[in-house]
Design a protein. Structure first.
Lengths: 436, 398
């Protein structure tokens, strides 16, 4: 009898139920989409922020003070300390190795450059004093536990714009900064000679493969494979500075605590969270004799903006859920109010307030599950569209969102109908049936 | 004619009043749906406009995004030699206005030793170091991302103090309150350390002093190496600022810090796209939900329509009556809801960015208008009531 009554209620007024259901589905659709996007946005934005480049810099610990202005180290080549290149694959063995997006070692050499390629320095000069920056462009690193990892300037300095090709590792090739190229009318395919400033005998002929524009000091420099720089500086197998780009969790109050003052439990939690400080510590443990520093302007800005945007999206999500809840609640309230005659009749026939309330609640719940389910499906599609449009990748549908949405739908419809139901339970059948 | 219309109009309003007052529950439900819709609309619109503006300010935690350098800065690799006249700074400040931060920098390579009060150079204790002359007051403003102490002096920061880069401090084994001796050629300066800078870049190896001190030490009075500017704005605003600035300082090279301008533009577009899309969809579906709720109520008005038609109401006038009711409800719901929404967004703005969102007046009428539109649209299914035959309604047929 109970089921017949419920079925009958749906059968008799399909249009009416459809409208309430549609309102529910739409509301829950928005809630689903907003929730999915909000859950996903942190990871997506963290990846976007890597377009700002490296957020960690590794330098030798026992180094003399670099005389670095605008990115150029004015120390002579033989001053200061170096780090061994062969240790670098260890970076991919730290606890958070999957969060290391890329790294690139750098060795700068003050050089002189001249053209055409010859072994003497008499022919037309390009520059007496310029810098050759040795770096990896697209270098394959063999990871100790198997597999290869491709990294280099493309990962750590994604804002570098190259007109032409990157040099090939192991070849005598280079790319030239745009200012240097413009002044000397260099273009891809040209060949010139470079040598360390103090030692013009050991010259290397380099072929230009592209023109680089970075908005920084590289615009006036020559960028070549690390091996070329090592050869010119006569420092085989070493580098001076390493840039690391890592995906991190924005720092919170806990992350700012000094690891030395933490209890063992806290320390484990800190170590096992990809905070930039814990990744820095792990790197310095892997690469002995190094000083790993956080590039503050990148890391701090990133953390702050990520936290704020995430909060903002959660608020929008909350607003969406609130609006959906209110609209759904209002429509289920309306659907109860309009059934006063029916309620009156049921009571006249001897139904108790509890039975009537139970019947109506069952109806609303059924509606909530169906509407919520349809809404979830709609919302997932919507979230997928949004994700692909904005970030080029769809968020993964999660079961958590499904339960939250269905639960919310049930709660809201029940709450929405609770007030009119209480009202209905006080209905005197006689006046209603008389039409008063 | 006029006499006839007057009582008609009075009657119209009278019926409207009764329609609204007839069923308190229904009135409440409709107002709730419309008001909630209006509140969400107003709050989201206001928050969205404000968030985009706040975001451009937030980006300034990346530090300077524009650099003005001498146009021949990199003729030779020793950019130390190329200098700008200090008098470009005021004209840049005029261009940057109040929202931008302008900081001049002068770089010189000098020698430093831990002071013992004698100012006698001792070769074995000395280290080569990059001395940066700038405004110590503006340094934390132009680079909020760095860990820079904020010095506090009533009469401005004196010229005999300095900040040490983190690694310089380590190398010299110096702490706050120590004295340092700086040497450049035959010039010397004696400075007190008042703080340590942690930047994670070359800055960690430098010493920061007041611009005037660096100029005195190096004998380069009135000269700066470059000027850094932190200018908030959307990518388009920054582009136009760059063009204006280049015209204002013709003999210098104005260039964006590509690393940050490019990345920022990218992230700004992503986030603002995300916000616009989410807010747009939420608004659309809020409207649909409100409409669904309203329509549900409206369909139940058959009795009223039947009665009106039975006593001779023309369909057009009946529909107009219901549209007027919807518009009135929309106005009331919108006025209350939008006001609440704007208040809400002020609080939300404070919660997210720590600064209360500035309410935009334009949002209010827009939100009220949208609500009325939705209310009127949702009364449209009533047009179907035109085909109602009064007799069948009263007989209780559907």
């Amino acid at each position: 009898m109970f089921f017949r009554l419920v079925a009958d209620s749906f059968g008799r007024r399909p249009r009416h139920k459809l409208l309430t259901g549609a309102a529910l589905a739409l509301g829950m659709g928005v809630a689903t989409a907003a929730l999915s996007v909000a859950l996903d946005v942190g990871d997506r934005l963290a990846k976007e922020f890597r377009s700002l480049g490296a957020n960690l810099v590794v330098t030798p610990k026992a180094d003399s003070l670099p005389l670095e202005i605008g990115g150029v180290d004015y120390r002579p080549v033989n001053a200061g300390a170096y780090l061994p290149e062969k240790d670098l694959p260890k970076l991919k063995t730290i606890f958070w190795h999957n969060n290391i997006v890329g790294f690139a070692p750098i060795l700068e050499v003050p050089v002189q450059a001249w053209t055409p390629p010859s072994q003497t320095a008499f022919t037309p000069r390009i520059s007496n004093e310029t810098t050759l920056i040795g770096i990896w462009a697209r270098h394959t690193v063999a990871i100790p536990d198997g597999g290869n990892f491709v990294t280099g300037a493309e990962k750590t300095n994604p804002w570098w714009q190259l007109d032409g090709q990157w040099f090939t590792e192991g070849f005598s090739e280079c790319v030239v900064g745009k200012n240097l190229a413009r002044k000397n009318r260099l273009q891809a395919g040209d060949v010139f000679s470079v040598s360390e400033r103090a030692n013009s005998a050991a010259a290397v002929a380099l072929k230009v493969t592209g023109i680089l524009s970075t908005g920084g000091v590289e615009d006036d420099a020559i960028v070549a494979p690390l091996s070329v720089a090592q050869k010119l500086a006569r420092k085989p197998g070493v580098y001076r500075k390493l840039y690391v780009s890592a995906l991190t969790k924005p720092e919170d109050a806990f992350a700012r605590k000094d690891p030395k003052t933490m209890t063992p439990v806290e320390y484990d939690r800190w170590f096992c969270t990809p905070y930039i400080s814990s990744i820095a510590l792990q790197i310095s443990e892997e690469l002995p004799g190094t000083d790993v520093r956080v590039i503050r302007r990148v890391a701090e800005g990133e953390g702050q903006i990520l936290t704020h945007v995430q909060m903002l999206l959660w608020l929008v999500t909350l607003a969406a859920m609130l609006a959906a809840a209110l609209a759904v609640g209002a429509s289920s309230a309306a659907s109860v109010i309009e059934r006063q005659v029916e309620i009156g009749l049921m009571k006249a026939l001897g139904a108790g307030s509890g039975t009537v309330g139970f019947l109506l609640a069952a109806e609303q719940l059924l509606l909530a599950f169906v509407g919520g389910g349809v809404g979830y499906a709609l919302g997932i599609i919507l979230a997928r569209l949004l994700g692909e449009k904005i970030f080029g990748a769809a968020p993964e549908p999660t079961l958590l969102v499904f339960f939250v949405v269905i639960g919310l739908a049930a709660l809201v419809t029940l709450l929405g109908s609770a007030i009119p139901l209480r009202h209905a339970s006080r209905i005197e059948p006689a006046p209603i049936l008389r039409g008063e | 004619m006029m006499e006839l219309r007057k009582p008609n109009r009075a009657m119209f309003w009278r019926i409207l009043r009764r329609l609204l007052g007839a069923n308190r529950g229904r009135l409440f439900v409709m107002l709730l749906a419309l008001g909630a819709g209006a509140a969400v609309t107003a709050a989201l619109l206001n928050l969205q406009v404000d968030a985009k503006r706040r975001l451009t300010t937030e980006f300034r935690s990346f530090g300077a995004n524009i650099v003005v350098a001498p146009s021949n800065a990199h003729d030779s690799a020793t950019s130390l030699t190329a200098l700008l006249n200090e008098n470009v700074v005021p004209s840049i400040e005029t261009q940057a206005g109040r929202s931008g931060v302008v900081a001049p920098f002068l770089f010189v390579v000098g020698r430093v030793q831990k002071g013992d009060g004698t100012l006698i150079p001792k070769k074995q204790d000395q280290t080569d170091v990059v001395i940066v002359g700038t405004s110590l007051y503006e340094l934390p403003l132009v680079e909020p991302g760095w860990r820079v102490p904020t010095p506090f002096y009533f009469e401005g920061i004196p010229s005999n103090v300095c900040f040490l880069g983190q690694r310089t401090a380590q190398a010299l084994n110096a702490k706050d309150g120590d004295t340092l001796d700086l040497f450049y050629g035959s010039h010397t300066e004696q400075l007190e350390v008042i703080g340590t800078v942690s930047a994670g870049g070359a800055e960690d190896n430098q010493i920061f002093v007041q611009l005037a001190t660096a100029q005195r030490l190096s004998g380069l009075s009135g000269q700066v190496s470059l000027v850094q500017i932190s200018y908030p704005g959307s990518p388009t605003q920054i582009r136009s600022f760059l063009a204006n600035l280049a015209a204002a300082v013709p003999n210098a090279d104005v260039r964006p810090v590509t690393q940050f301008t490019e990345g920022e533009a990218r992230i700004y577009n992503r986030i603002s796209g995300l916000l616009t899309a989410t807010v747009g969809i939420v608004l659309l579906l809020t409207a649909l939900c409100v409409m669904a709720a309203m329509t549900n109520v409206a369909i139940e008005r058959k009795m009223d329509v039947g009665l009106m038609k039975a006593i001779g109401g023309a369909t057009r006038r009946v529909v107009r009556l219901f549209l007027a009711e919807a518009a009135l409800l929309g106005l009331a719901g919108g006025l209350i809801g939008a006001a609440l929404g704007i208040l809400l967004s002020i609080g939300l703005g404070k919660a997210v960015f720590g600064v209360a969102a500035r309410p935009r007046l334009i949002v209010y009428p827009v939100a009220v208008g949208l609500t009325m539109l939705v209310a009127i649209l949702s009364a449209f299914p009533l047009r179907r009531l035109a085909s109602i035959r009064p007799a069948s309604v009263f007989r209780g047929e559907a």
